[in-house]
Design a protein around this ligand. Structure first.
Ligand code: OOG
Ligand code: MG
Length: 262
């Protein structure tokens, strides 16, 4: 680590207040260019602890920047992970209030719900499929706390990888009943197709992103617990939304999931 614990706590407060007060902030690497990955994950963890101290439950994890489309869109080249708090989850079809968000973007994903804990290192696709209770279509709403949604890798990790809200819906399926790499996803905004992709866009297979997450957590001596929800990462680029918009992800054989914005 290159930052001391006091600075880590200050930066966690800086980023979490930006989220809670719905305002964008200057990215933290401007003042701390020496920051490394472990500093960034320590800040993210401190944000999680702040929330848990207020009674908010952590219900899972998200993998991010797991597709080429997203890495290109954001100008970074390595997958990352963040945590999911209980209040991030919104019901299928729900109206999301724009005044609680800074500049959200929506992206189609596949969510995994585990029946058994997963722990790296050495976790692969087969272990993930065996530990999965079911998979279900999801939309993640990301909302970077950074001005103009511009960041570098350490800044975005500290900011819990832009996590904000997510919804799951459509059909729950057993992961081994599907060829998740081959499933086709159509993402619509206001009834028009705005992006398309296949499961393979995410590291070749969405379960590979969950395995990567377990292996990354393993480096911190942590695991993905049983019952956790895991978002495996956007299959297409993220689409900006505003009040009045609605988005739907249609996933082959798995139904659809939607959100609207007011
Ligand atoms: C970082 C989060 C990326 C994904 O699915 O790729 C992410 C961002 O793009 O702001 O959630
Ligand atoms: Mg995402």
């Amino acid at each position: 680590m290159s930052l001391d614990i006091k600075t880590i706590k200050q930066l966690a407060e800086y980023l979490e207040s930006a989220e809670l007060e719905v305002r964008d902030v200057v990215k933290i690497t401007d003042a701390h260019p020496e920051m490394i990955w472990n500093d960034a994950y320590a800040i993210q963890d401190e944000i999680r602890l702040r929330k848990e101290a207020r009674g908010i439950k952590t219900i899972g994890f998200k993998a991010g920047l797991t597709s080429l489309a997203k890495m290109k869109q954001m100008g970074v080249d390595t997958p990352v992970f963040g945590f999911l708090s209980d209040y991030f989850a919104v019901p299928d079809g729900e109206a999301v209030k724009m005044d609680a968000l800074i500049h959200p973007k929506a992206e189609p994903e596949i969510a995994f719900v585990l029946k058994r804990a997963l722990k790296g290192p050495g976790c692969g696709i087969d272990e993930v499929l065996a530990a999965t209770d079911f998979v279900i279509p999801a939309i993640e709403l990301i909302d970077s706390r950074y001005r103009n949604f511009k960041f570098d890798l350490t800044s975005v990790i500290a900011d819990n990888c832009s996590s904000s809200r997510f919804v799951v819906g459509g059909r729950r399926m057993r992961a081994d009943e599907l060829d998740l790499g081959a499933i086709e996803v159509t993402f619509e905004k206001n009834g028009e197709t705005v992006a398309r992709g296949t499961g393979a866009a995410v590291l070749g297979h969405p379960a590979a992103a969950v395995a990567m997450l377990a292996n990354m957590l393993g480096q911190f001596h942590r695991e993905i617990p049983a019952r956790a929800v895991v978002l495996s990462g956007a299959i297409t680029e993220a689409i900006a939304v505003k009040a009045g918009d609605n988005v739907t992800s249609r996933v082959q054989n798995m139904g659809s999931v939607s959100l609207r914005f007011v």
